[in-house]
Design a protein around this ligand. Structure first.
Ligand SMILES: Nc1ncnc2c1ncn2[C@@H]1O[C@H](COP(=O)(O)OP(=O)(O)OP(=O)(O)O)[C@@H](O)[C@H]1O
Ligand SMILES: [Mg+2]
Length: 340
């Protein structure tokens, strides 16, 4: 049903990804909002540009915290603004729409309810809400046949967390969210640079260094200029940062993650673990864009990894499949309002 007015939404700590069924198109924008008191200054990519440069009276933050909705009102404003950008002519279209969300597994009832209220509040209302568990969405985008699969492991490395899950026969058997992601890598890079050069750099600079020089096997030595504050004199200074220092920071985080993966695999029932070892672990999420992530993790854990082609868009791609293919709708659980 292509004419259905449905949206697929992947709320992430770093970005919101939206798929519009009507336009058959995906959109992605930073999940950041800038506010001065109750007044909204900027939303999305514009607000992200202000991050770390904002004046004292303006707060720039993400409405999500560790994979769950942290601020309901701000998250609704962000979503409403994005919908208006996607569909500027007819904002009434956001009423009575089917909204499909990817949701993490370990959530309390209150956190689950937040997904309902985020599209049924002051600006967005009368919408129907469906939840698709994010490992299921990732599995669909990786091309795993959910009807007859004996056991697969999925790893989604996002910005503030990494979700490890095991699926068997279309059901999630185990799932764990580890609080290590792209943001922790940026902070680890800041720490390494401070140790080596006595220079305090911002996390945005660290992110830029990670994206241009980050590599799991550092065979090509590189260097980039970066500006920071001298730890001793407190004055601004420019320094040439070597890729070795950047990659040491990234490796610290990834080694911790690999350790978590090993303990997770040890807890897996042996029959399923055997299948996983045979098939390989599926790897998705924005942080897997660091070159050779699959090869490095496999050298740490001894299991092969299959890297997804969709990276950060993999959950949204799974949602798109659920929306377009009605046989997959059984994976979307509706949240209903109580009737008196
Ligand atoms: N080319 C790249 N190299 C390294 N890291 C990258 C690259 N591109 C994006 N990233 C990182 O990927 C992360 C974003 O990934 P993703 O979009 O999957 O996260 P999210 O879904 O918003 O967060 P979460 O799943 O934790 O809620 C960011 O931390 C970003 O720094
Ligand atoms: Mg994500």
């Amino acid at each position: 049903m292509i004419f259905e007015n449905a949206y697929g939404i992947d709320l992430g700590n770093s970005s919101v990804k939206i798929y519009s069924a009507l336009r058959n198109k995906s959109y992605s924008e930073k999940n950041v909002i800038a506010a001065r008191g109750r007044e909204i200054i900027a939303v999305g990519d514009d607000a992200y540009d202000m991050l770390e440069k904002e004046p004292l009276d303006i707060s720039v933050k993400s409405p999500m915290a560790f994979g769950i909705i942290g601020d309901l009102e701000l998250q609704e404003i962000v979503l409403y603004t994005f919908f208006k950008r996607i569909n500027p002519i007819n904002p009434i279209r956001f009423m009575g729409t089917n909204m499909f969300f990817t949701v993490p597994l370990d959530m309390t009832a209150v956190e689950k309810r937040a997904y309902y209220y985020v599209v049924n509040g002051r600006w967005l209302h009368q919408n129907r809400v469906y939840m698709v568990e994010s490992p299921i969405a990732d599995a669909l985008s990786c091309g795993i046949d959910l009807n007859n699969n004996s056991g697969s492991m999925l790893v989604n490395m996002g910005s503030q967390s990494t979700e490890l899950s095991i699926i068997s026969g279309g059901k999630i058997i185990m799932s764990r969210k580890v609080p290590i992601g792209g943001k922790e890598m940026n902070e680890a890079i800041c720490q390494e640079v401070r140790k080596r050069y006595h220079l305090q750099i911002g996390t945005r600079t660290a992110k830029r260094l990670k994206i241009v020089m980050g590599r799991m096997f550092d065979d090509k030595k590189e260097a980039r200029r970066a500006v920071g504050i001298d730890s001793v004199s407190g004055l601004p200074r420019e320094e040439i940062i070597s890729s070795q220092v950047v990659n040491a920071g990234i490796a610290n985080c990834v080694n911790d993650l690999a350790g978590e993966m090993k303990t997770f695999l040890e807890r897996t029932p042996p029959q399923i673990a055997w299948h996983i070892a045979k098939e390989g672990i599926y790897l998705t999420g924005g942080s897997t864009r660091i070159p050779d992530m699959d090869r490095y993790l496999s050298s740490c854990t001894g299991v092969t990894f299959n890297l997804s082609d969709y990276f950060e868009a993999s959950s949204l791609n799974g949602l798109e499949r659920v929306i377009r293919d009605h046989t997959l709708r059984k994976y979307a659980v509706p949240i209903k309002e109580r009737k008196l």
